[in-house]
Each structure stands twice: as C-alpha cells, then as structure tokens.
Design a binder for this molecule. Structure first.
Ligand code: ADP
Ligand code: MG
Length: 239
C-alpha cells in the first residue's frame, strides 16, 4: 500500500426525503481509499451503491459527514465548484453509457476537455485506440453496439487524466461477451495509468482482480475479501 489516501469518508450518512417518507440509505460509514487501489463495491439492488458513488462524484451531498478527496472536503461544494471538481479529478462510467447521441465517438471523448481548455484531439484518438475503437472515431453512438458505446465512455472518463475513476455497474446492460471485454478494458486502462478505481459491480469475474471488496447492506459498509469478512461493525473503518 502506498501513499496517503486519495478518498476519505468520515461518518457519512445519507437520507432521502420523498414526501413524508424518509429513506435512510446508510449512516455513519467511513472509508479510506489509497492511490492506485481498485475497490469493488457490491451489495443488493437498493443498498446505496449509486448513492455512494454520487456522493464521491459530488453529484449529491451527504446529510452528515465529510468526504475528502485529495485532502479537500467535497461534501458541500457549490454547483460550479462541483462541476470543476468532477472535470479535473473524476472520471465517471455509468451503466447506461450516457454518451451524447448527436456527437461522434471522438467528440464525446473531447467533450470533457472543453471546460478546462485542454482540447487535445491526439489524446482523445489515443484513448479511443486504447479501447479498440480507433477506427470508429467518426461513428455516432446509435451506430455503435452497447459494448462499443461503453468503451467510448471509458475513453471519455479518462479524457482529463483524472486521479479517480468511478464506475457504476458498467457492464450491467451488456451481454456476457461484451461485458467481459468492457471490464477487461476498464481494468487495464485504469491499471496502466495508475488510476484509483471504485467500481460498483455484480460481475463476479471482475471481483477476482480486486484489491479490496466492499459490501453495502442494511445501511452499513463492510469490507470483505475472498476468504471472509474483515470488518462487520456498523460504520467501522474499512481500511
Ligand atoms: P443501488 O445503486 O445499490 O441499487 P441506490 O443508491 O440507487 O442503490 O438507492 C439506494 C436507496 O435510495 C434505494 O432505496 C432508492 O430507492 C433510494 N433512492 C435513490 N435515489 C433516490 C432519490 N433521488 N430520492 C429518493 N430515494 C432515492
Ligand atoms: Mg445503482
């Protein structure tokens, strides 16, 4: 294990209000993720995997607790600061690809570079090459298969060379063969570039490569490894 943690969650709680209903997703969870680590986030549907990734991506805010990324608390940033943080430090891969259908694959990869004025066509083409789509750069998403679209999304996530990559069930919409290819490319692209990866997944094959496995359930986060549970106390530190 190297260096100081890139992500630290301290006693983070998240509750949604829906009319009069209050949904407590998790409470008092703590976690440290070190640079270059791969973490696999598991747990049943509705356990809060997407919510946790959204908090770390500053797409949403916790009700309580701190979320430090590279030493800065990102839990309650303004909309502008949150957008800048995502642009500079985080790459996100969604289950449903979220490419802009009217843009080509190349333009989709270039898009995140615009706000930081780091428009680098050569880099975008290299990233498409790295996911095996160098020859499809002028194709639009509707002309690509699901697996190919997700590979474009991986290239887009890496466009600004973020330290942290968040992937939310990136193979959830794919058939087995495409899923395997996408997962291999995601892991390889992140590993080769020294990225820190937090991956919500049900893909059992992927988890074998994992440095750490976290499981969300019943409002708490537990760290497990292949041979059993390491921490099981509600809200326990998991590093
Ligand atoms: P997972 O990704 O593990 O399936 P989610 O993070 O999507 O879980 O959801 C966790 C819980 O929070 C679920 O009970 C879900 O219904 C609820 N939830 C998620 N987003 C919202 C929201 N915007 N408003 C109300 N409840 C929500
Ligand atoms: Mg989810």
């Amino acid at each position: 294990m190297n260096s100081s943690p890139i992500v630290v969650l301290r006693s983070v709680s998240k509750t949604y209000r829906h009319g009069r209903d209050i949904i407590e997703v998790f409470s008092d969870i703590s976690l440290e993720i070190h640079e270059g680590e791969f973490l696999y986030l598991t747990g049943p549907s509705g356990s809060g995997k997407t919510t946790l990734l959204s908090l770390i991506a500053a797409l949403d805010s916790p009700n309580r607790g701190q979320i430090l990324v590279s030493g800065v608390d990102i839990a309650h940033l303004s909309l502008t600061a949150a957008a800048r943080y995502r642009c500079e430090q985080v790459g996100i891969v969604f289950q449903s690809y979220n490419l802009l259908p009217q843009l080509t694959a190349l333009e989709n990869v270039l898009l995140p570079m615009i706000p930081g004025h780091r428009f680098d066509r050569g880099r975008a083409l290299d990233l498409l090459d790295a996911v095996g789509l160098g020859n499809r750069s002028n194709h639009r998403p509707p002309e690509l298969s699901g697996g190919e679209q997700q590979r474009v999304a991986i290239a887009r996530a890496l466009a600004n060379d973020p330290a942290l990559v968040l992937a939310d069930e990136p193979t959830g919409n794919l058939d087995e063969e495409s899923a395997e290819k996408v997962m291999t490319l995601l892991l390889r692209s992140c590993r080769e570039r020294g990225k820190t990866l937090l991956l919500a997944t049900h893909d059992r094959n992927a988890r074998h490569h994992g440095d750490r496995i976290l499981e969300l359930g019943r409002g708490s986060l537990n760290e497990t490894r292949a041979r059993g549970v390491l921490h099981s106390k509600r809200g326990s530190r998991t590093s």
